[in-house]
Ligand binder design. Structure first.
Ligand SMILES: [Zn+2]
Length: 304
């Protein structure tokens, strides 16, 4: 089985049992048989009952350093052993590591999630989180590593333009100009990743949800992209571009959006080109990673 849930939320277990076959058929159709098979292999290797958390507290007891969205909504977390340390040129210090994945989903977290605005089926929320896992499973090196490393490096989850703008405004002349530019470009990269990934995941959701009769219409789909150009007060020579709204994939059909996201190493282009963050991204492409279950990750990696 590819689309599975082996946690213990009764309502979700029942809904998954009811719709599993239809959903698997749809994934096979959307991903093609090679990727579908690869997804199944990663599911078997990585997901165990311990991958599923019913409360955020239980998750944070084990991974206190992983930043969450702060809203209490359901989540799929990528866990990585790659140390958040970079050289002066932006490249990661480590060249290999382990990655794993964990879910936080309960009836309570589902009620707080965006999916609850269009369905009362908890499986609707789980499909969204599972689609983040699909990216983790099928990307050679999960792109989620950007936020995993940047969060750890900077200690904040930059998932809204407001947060990035606040950071830009908080910059002062006390800081070395070079370091300030590097920090902002790295945060802008993490934010761009988050924005695009949410949009891609919602596009994948729509196609999977449709197989169980849940219709979703994304108001932003095929709308012009809205971008902000920001200049820090103390650094007029710098501009940071931020995606605010609209569709980064306007004119591209759903299957191709999904295809490009899964092959991000060819297709993901930072909108802010900056040597430091480009080097950081390039060093992610050079990592050798092993995808493991959370049980194995904890057994083999004492530092979290
Ligand atoms: Zn999401």
């Amino acid at each position: 089985m590819t689309f599975v849930y082996v946690g213990n939320v009764e309502k979700l277990r029942n809904e998954v049992a009811e719709y599993q076959d239809r959903i698997n058929d749809r994934y096979r159709e959307l991903l093609g048989s090679n990727r579908f098979q690869k997804l199944e292999d990663v599911v078997k290797k990585v997901l165990t009952p311990n991958s599923f958390f019913n409360t955020l507290e239980d998750f944070q007891k084990i991974f206190p350093g992983v930043k969450t969205s702060g809203t209490g909504s359901s989540n799929n977390f990528s866990i990585s052993s790659v140390r958040p340390e970079i050289y002066e040129n932006g490249r990661l210090v480590e060249s290999s590591g382990m990655v794993s994945s964990a879910f936080y989903i309960s009836e309570d977290s589902f009620a707080k999630s965006a999916s609850a605005t269009f369905t009362d089926k908890i499986i609707g929320g789980y499909i969204h989180e599972f689609n983040h896992f699909v990216a983790f499973a099928l990307q050679e090196r999960p792109l989620e590593l950007i936020t995993a490393v940047v969060n750890n490096l900077i200690g904040e989850y930059y998932n809204s333009p407001d947060k990035v703008i606040k950071l830009i405004e908080a910059q002062s002349t006390n800081q070395n100009t070079q370091n300030r530019r590097e920090l902002l470009n790295l945060v802008a990269l993490a934010y761009q990743y988050d924005f695009q990934t949410e949009r891609t995941t919602r596009i994948l959701d729509k196609n999977v949800l449709d197989s169980i009769g849940i219709k979703v219409n994304h108001s932003w789909r095929d709308k012009d992209l809205k971008m902000a150009h920001l200049t820090p007060r103390y650094d007029k020579g710098m501009t940071i571009k931020l995606l605010i709204d609209g569709d980064p994939f306007k004119g591209v059909d759903d299957k191709e959006v999904i295809n490009r996201a899964l092959d991000w190493e060819t297709n993901f282009k930072p909108i802010n080109e900056y040597h430091f963050s480009d080097q950081f991204l390039d060093s992610i492409k050079c990592l050798t990673l092993e995808k493991v279950s959370l049980d194995d990750f904890l057994k083999r990696n004492v530092r979290t």
